[in-house]
Design a protein around this ligand. Structure first.
Ligand SMILES: NC(=O)c1ccc[n+]([C@@H]2O[C@H](COP(=O)([O-])OP(=O)(O)OC[C@H]3O[C@@H](n4cnc5c(N)ncnc54)[C@H](O)[C@@H]3O)[C@@H](O)[C@H]2O)c1
Length: 273
């Protein structure tokens, strides 16, 4: 345990088994929160291993399987999280998918995309965030204790360069603003994080979508992006987790409806700001 900035808080973290969600879960637990990692069955081994690491460090964590495309299953997941932790007063909605490959391998990411791929990305990145936040907000309102909702948007929320992924992240950002508008009166704050490039499994799927399977081409693609970052490096999952910690802690008590960009300066110095 390293701090108490989230002492007594009860957080649901979707996509909590890997990447940014996992780093957030570990940091939240170290700061005194109970955490539920909600993720796909196929991520259960990684999720349960993280639960063990958190518990070994003195924290409290649970793994609850969910596919956030399944509305009833997502509602049941949030209810189960509340049962395990004695309530829910924080959400970090990190479950997400990158741009799917197009049928032709073309960079024309919308013109060559089948409608099923469009639905997949929108269902996970928008509807899954909506249902998770909606159910958690209902419990927060019923409990009368307020809370925080943090969504993982992207700098792609402001940049039309990633096809349906950009569309989904723009929608995620507006969803967050609508939640902030509607829920402020209940003491519920909603904010989005718009990360830059962070080397995770999802990022690697974007690299393949952009550069194909050739490893040298992939390296060139990554280097081109890295060189556009003002700070000259890709982000780490901890860079993003620290932003989620700020937006969940009382230190951000007057933030709602905002999007923060832990992106090494990319959005405001290169494109999209
Ligand atoms: N990595 C980046 O560069 C980056 C940049 C901007 C935004 N983001 C966003 O941050 C979030 C986390 O991304 P990441 O890089 O940690 O990705 P990741 O692939 O490492 O982790 C995503 C997690 O979401 C889970 N997931 C996927 N579909 C799911 C579903 N239907 N139901 C439940 N869980 C599901 C996966 O199993 C995985 O554990 C995503 O929303 C992503 O769009 C990432």
């Amino acid at each position: 345990m390293s701090g108490q900035r989230l002492a007594g808080r009860r957080a649901v973290i979707t996509g909590g088994a890997n990447g940014l969600g996992a780093a957030t879960a570990e940091l939240f637990a170290a700061e005194g929160a109970q955490v539920v990692l909600a993720d796909l069955d196929r991520a259960a081994d990684a999720g349960r291993a993280l639960v063990e690491r958190i518990e070994a460090a003195g924290g409290t964590a649970y793994f609850v399987p969910v596919d956030v495309r399944d509305v009833d299953g997502t509602i049941a997941m949030v209810d189960r999280a509340a049962e395990l932790m004695g309530g829910v007063d924080a959400v970090v909605a990190s479950a997400g998918v990158g741009a799917p490959p197009t049928a032709t391998g073309s960079v024309r990411q919308l013109v060559d995309m089948d409608a099923g791929s469009y639905d997949l990305v929108m269902d996970v990145n928008v509807k899954g965030v909506f249902v998770t936040c909606q159910r958690a907000a209902q419990l927060m309102i019923a409990g009368g204790y307020g809370g925080t909702l943090v969504t993982l948007a992207s700098m792609a929320s402001k940049r039309p360069t990633a096809g349906v992924y950009s569309i989904s992240k723009a929608a995620c950002w507006m969803l967050t603003r609508c939640l902030a508008h509607e829920l402020g009166r209940y003491g519920i704050r909603a904010n989005a994080i718009g990360p830059g490039y962070v080397d995770t499994e999802l990022f690697r799927s974007m690299v393949v979508a952009g550069a194909g399977d050739d490893l040298d081409e992939q390296e060139v693609w990554v280097e081109a992006r890295r060189s556009q970052v003002a700070l000259g490096r890709l982000g780490t999952p901890l860079d993003i987790a620290q932003c989620a910690l700020f937006l969940t802690s009382d230190e951000s008590s007057y933030f709602s409806g905002s999007i923060l960009h832990p992106d090494g300066g990319y959005t405001s110095t290169f494109g999209g700001g």
